[in-house]
Design a protein around this ligand. Structure first.
Ligand code: UD1
Length: 430
């Protein structure tokens, strides 16, 4: 299994282009099941998760072509017909977002059998809201032996769905099904994440009639069929925020391009409060830090436009070296602090009680062997390694590869001392 070795202490200087958003790309790929015409997605990230979903979509009948377009990587998805409505456990377990094929399969072919995704390391992560939403659209749902059997032989019908709390996955899922339902669907207390608006924009380009996505109420007028379209994936706000925090941690000056500073406004407000300089541009932001100790600040994760749960681990890494005590509250996922003990291996002083972590800043971190059990936690260890003295070895890199495209290349180009080691410890030849 690959590992990443980082020698801390190098300041970062240069430019990092941000890739298309993973969390948009995978839902947009699922949307391709809704039409028999080609959906062309540009600004696609090339990640383990997108490759993985491509494999599942092929099994369901899609033709998936990855190619280099005028504006970088793109994927062309064409599902002339659904050849199978079955998404097996092995595939759904490995990537949770695979579960979102259920809605499109049901909407297009009236039936599906999709494995329940099961728990995962950051919490229980149930799918009850997804299933209730599909039922509200007239689907019959049965659960047997870990599978969801869904049926809508005469098609889905519009309905009113009020989510008891914000769920990005469930809102997206309801939208993916509602676009082909008969009549009007209203989604109340909908997730307002930028990925929602992106999905709606793509569906509308395919001929759907969706209004209000990106706000709390989404209205959908169902249509009989959808067609092909070309859609550019929005920039990845989590990747943007992660590199912003990497620069804040290591020091230096880096321009993040091909992205949107407004997507990370809650983060940059907190970074400024801590003493990091952030300048916004049309195509992204520049992050600058010239030495000097940062001040501890408190954060609480919240649905968008609040502080993203996907940046909590990385922010915690930054706070390990700040002056004073930072309180970090995680309100979205109940067990998203597994990075805390690993940061402790580098010398950080963190205590966790329930959904709250207290980080008391230390003078320095020391490199060590670390390991993480989820995507964002792994990258927080990379960020900490950039500032730790000596070498930090991050094991189990496959988590990183799920969500960060060419991480070591992007950081290395800005002067970070970072390299990938093959499972046997030899550097990867490239
Ligand atoms: C979450 C983030 C999203 C981020 C993504 C990847 C929020 C609100 N969501 O989305 O911004 O892009 O991770 O890091 O910040 N839940 C249920 N039942 C359901 C569905 C969800 O109880 O059927 C719960 C979850 O366990 C969680 C909360 O609702 O506590 C929010 O989950 P949800 O937004 O659906 O998670 P993701 O779609 O993974």
């Amino acid at each position: 299994m690959d590992r990443i070795a980082i020698t801390g202490g190098a300041r970062l200087k240069g430019e990092i282009p941000i890739s298309g958003a993973k969390n948009s790309a995978i839902k947009l790929m699922a949307a391709s099941l809704l039409t028999d015409e080609p959906l062309r997605l540009t600004n696609m990230p090339r990640l383990a998760d997108t490759r993985f979903l491509g494999r599942l979509l092929r099994r369901l009948g899609a033709e998936v072509v990855e190619r280099e377009g005028e504006d970088g990587p793109e994927t062309l998805l064409t599902t002339r017909e659904i050849v199978s409505g079955f998404a097996p456990y092995d595939l759904v377990r490995q990537m949770r977002a695979s579960f979102n094929v259920l809605g499109p399969l049901l909407a297009r072919s009236g039936q599906a059998k999709v494995s329940l995704p099961g728990g995962c390391t950051i919490g229980a992560r149930p799918v009850d809201l997804h299933l209730k939403a599909l039922e509200a659209l007239g689907a019959r749902i049965d659960l047997h032996e870990g599978y969801v059997y869904a049926q809508a032989p005469r098609g889905l019908t519009g309905g009113r769905i009020e989510f008891p709390f914000v769920s990005v996955g469930a809102t997206e899922h309801a939208l993916l099904a509602a676009v082909l339902a008969k009549g009007e669907t209203v989604l109340e207390n909908a997730a307002a994440e930028p990925e929602m608006a992106d999905l709606a924009a793509c569906l509308n380009a395919m001929g759907a009639r969706v209004e209000g996505a990106g706000g709390k109420t989404i209205r959908v007028q169902g249509v009989d069929r959808l067609g092909g379209a070309t859609h550019s994936v929005i920039p990845d706000r989590i990747e943007t925020g992660t590199y912003a925090l990497a620069v804040a941690m290591a020091g230096g000056e880096v321009r993040l391009t091909r992205t949107r500073s407004d997507f990370v406004a809650a983060l940059t407000a907190k970074m400024r409060e801590a003493g990091v300089e952030v300048v916004e541009h049309d195509d992204g932001l520049t992050v600058r830090r010239d030495g000097g100790r940062l001040t501890a600040v408190e954060i609480e994760t919240d649905p968008y436009p609040g502080f993203a749960t996907g940046l909590q681990a990385q922010f915690m890494a930054l706070m390990t070296l700040a002056k004073g005590e930072s309180v970090i509250k995680e309100t979205i996922f109940e067990n998203r602090f597994m990075h805390a003990p690993e940061l402790g291996r580098l010398g950080a002083d963190i205590s966790v009680h329930g959904g709250e972590a207290r980080v008391r800043g230390v003078d320095k971190l020391d490199g060590a062997q670390v390991m993480a059990t989820d995507l964002r936690a792994s990258v927080s260890l990379v960020i900490a390694g950039l500032a730790a003295q000596g070498e930090t070895m991050v094991n189990r890199v496959y988590h990183l590869d799920r969500g960060f495209e060419r991480l070591e290349e992007k950081l290395g180009a800005c002067g970070a001392q970072i390299r990938r080691l093959k499972g046997d410890g030899e550097p990867v030849e490239d």
